[in-house]
Ligand binder design. Sequence first.
Ligand SMILES: *Cc1c(COP(=O)(O)O)cnc(C)c1O
Length: 409
Amino acid sequence: MSIQEAQVSRADFDQVMVPNYAPAGFVPVRGAGSRLWDQSGRELIDLSGGIAVNSLGHCHPALVDALTQQANKLWHVSNVFTNEPALRLARKLTEATFADRVFFSNSGAEANEAALKLVRKVASDRFGAQKYEIISALNSFHGRTVFTVNVGGQPKYSEGFGPRPEGISHVPFNDLAAMEAAISERTCAVILEPIQGESGVLPADQAYLEGVRALCDKYDALLVFDEVQSGMGRSGKLFAHELYGVIPDVMSIAKSLGGGFPISAMLTTEEYAKHLAVGTHGTTFGGNPLACAVGEAVLDIINTPQVLDGVTAQGEYLRERLRAIGEPYNLFELVRGKGLLVGAVMSAAYKGQAGALMAAAEREGLLVLVAGPDVIRFAPSLVIDKTDLDEGLARFARAVDAFVSQAQV
Ligand SMILES: *Cc1c(COP(=O)(O)O)cnc(C)c1O
């Protein structure tokens, strides 16, 4: 039997993979829209969207088409050359946003690395070496490279990886007074998620983002929005900061941009982009033609009033239904989020048990996510069918029943 034909199963994971993940007990093999099938042929409804990545569900025909067409043309040329898909996608992203310039990379962490290097370089060029401090929020998440875990506000992700890079401080999210106390002439940038994703689907307050914008202007610090999770239509606007009317200087995007194909981008204005001159930054795969061809197809579909309005309407419906499902058991303290990034916060009696509810959902054939120990997170396809959403919610209601009857309250 050749290697390709050899049977593999979940058990192989524990023998051949670095044990940094704890994947579910089944192995998905096929997906279509908001449904997935595992090796045994079991069908699951997917309201997790690959952690807010599968923005158009699984194997959307337009994305399959964009990918296969490009696969027959050109895969990679390096950044010694540019390429048509990258130029087209960059053109469309700049037309759709505050930004004039785009840097492509392959993951959220890498887009944030580019953003953080850019803000340091801008400050160094304009004001000198002493202006390098970066302020971020407690509980924020910005990726897993050594620098981005330290910028992120969750110490559990940065402990044990050696000395911390200097010049990073953390303040409580949505606390403008704390930001005002922390920011100074030495601050080169503030980085925030407009909706904190990993730590519980917590949207920023309107006055907070406006206040932080004003403080950044006062201290010549750049405002970076990490829209890796909140961006590309997930909030019901193309980017979540549009809900607030607060414009950043730099933005990182990733997850939904490729709809499942790895691609990310750092976007900024002409004025700041010029500081990353030839030779100052780069990445081998950034701007890959396959990734950019898929990204362009994703953007073309998402950036339409029908899809964005649909996200807003489906999000409201999802939150309403979740409240109704939890109500008889007093299961959720509140259900929050924007568009189709939704967090159901477990009430006091069920604190710490989001993981157990997620496991109960999986037993009912439903994929959901957690965001920390107390929040069940939903990040379904932005074009999910009403029937799939309703079937997912029916399965969730059954899971809640089973969970509540077994929960240790
Ligand atoms: C997922 C995420 C990242 C990291 O993205 P990777 O592709 O895993 O590197 C960064 N920021 C936010 C807000 C995210 O949700």
